[in-house]
Ligand binder design. Structure first.
Ligand SMILES: *Cc1c(COP(=O)(O)O)cnc(C)c1O
Length: 363
């Protein structure tokens, strides 16, 4: 069995889980239809709204984030969607839409890039779609899409639903569910929320809920209306992953104690800046560069291009030997990039140690 000291596990999901959270999960079982479960759901309701920056009810499913990507498509796409693809997770959203029988129009951009608002406007004009799927922070390339601007463009059109995968942006960088008019936004527990894997969190606009009610083939288990109604009443849908809810309750208390979601964002921004500074200095001397351009970089995951002749595996292995974990590249970028998931409960101090180690490994 391999194990590690807390603070040294920098995969871009799952990320490191604080010992307090692991301890919270050791609580004995409770009846999921009893008052103890309602107490947990009531305790998490307001803090989750603060994380999502919404007045709407945030609901939680006992599935990984991909489950809520499927919920988005089943409940939000009537017939045809435009899927923005700039990496592996955008690809996944498009594939799910196809697998549920929807027509998919793709808007591809090169890896590491994000879609321009003007290009999006043109694409919607040309394609007669009723929804748009997009990934805010593309974990496979480390690129952060200009979500606020893209949302404005989508809302220029009548009855086009905006479905957002915010899996590695939510809780690690600004996601303004209400202010930016996001119709459906989802995340998973094991990314910037820094919980163990197994929960998906989401929120839906009134027009998303209204549309879902008109889609007869949306299915039952991932019905956004059922989730929304249950959580409004402080009830789970089916038997939830109770221990993970204990962890979520504890983590939301820790977020409040840190100074709220804005303090959490600021810590993540500082980790991005520390990584950028390293790449501009020691990194550049080793021939390392960022995949996305400045201004379009995720605050939670840095995808770094390796110099000619270097591959990711020997580097991730060298980290493991020292008791640290970082990610290799993902998908098409597997061998020639590495990914550092500086998210969740990581700190600039821990990240600085990691970057110093990377310096030594590359030397
Ligand atoms: C991790 C990730 C997912 C998938 O999450 P699962 O919990 O593995 O289903 C989806 N989108 C993005 C951007 C991710 O980073």
């Amino acid at each position: 069995m391999t194990t590690h000291q807390f603070g040294r596990f920098f995969l871009p999901g799952p990320t490191d889980v604080h010992p307090d959270i692991l301890a919270a999960m050791a609580r004995p079982m409770i009846a999921h239809r009893g008052k103890d479960m309602t107490a947990v759901l009531n305790a998490i309701a307001d803090p989750m709204k603060k994380v999502f920056r919404t007045e709407k009810t945030v609901f939680v499913g006992s599935c990984s984030a991909t489950g809520f990507m499927e919920m988005a498509v089943r409940c939000g796409v009537r017939q045809r969607c435009l899927s923005l693809v700039s990496g592996a997770f955008g690809e996944r959203f498009a594939a799910i839409a196809g697998a549920t029988g929807r027509e998919v129009v793709r808007l591809d951009v090169p890896l590491g890039k994000t879609v321009d608002p003007e290009v999006l406007r043109d694409a919607i004009k040309r394609s007669d779609v009723d929804a748009v799927t997009l990934v805010h922070s593309e974990t496979s390339t480390g690129a952060l899409a200009p979500l606020e601007e893209l949302s404005k463009v989508v809302h220029e059109f009548d009855d086009v639903m905006l479905l957002v995968d915010a899996v590695t942006s939510m809780a690690g960088s600004p996601v303004e569910t209400d202010k930016w008019n996001l119709d459906f936004v989802l995340t998973g527990s094991q990314k910037a929320m820094a919980l163990p894997p197994g929960l998906a969190l989401g929120a839906a606009s009134d027009r998303m809920l209204a549309r879902a009610k008109t889609i007869p083939e949306k299915g039952a288990y991932l019905d956004v209306v059922a989730y929304h109604e249950a959580f409004v009443e402080g009830q789970p849908t089916n038997t939830p992953a109770v221990s993970l809810f204990f962890a979520l309750q504890r983590q939301l208390e820790r977020i409040t104690a840190e100074g709220g979601i804005e303090a959490r964002w600021a810590r993540h921004e500082a980790m991005l800046r520390a990584t950028e500074k390293w790449v501009a200095g020691p990194g550049a001397r080793h021939g390392v560069s960022y995949v996305p351009v400045a201004g379009h970089r995720s605050w939670t995951v840095s995808c770094l291009k390796l110099p000619e002749g270097k591959t990711s595996k020997p580097i991730t292995d060298a980290f493991l030997k020292e008791g640290w974990t970082i990610g290799s590249g993902y998908g098409k970028l597997k061998d020639n990039t590495i990914r550092i998931g500086h998210m969740g409960d990581h700190t600039v101090a821990g990240l600085t140690d990691l970057l110093n180690l990377l310096d030594r490994i590359l030397s």
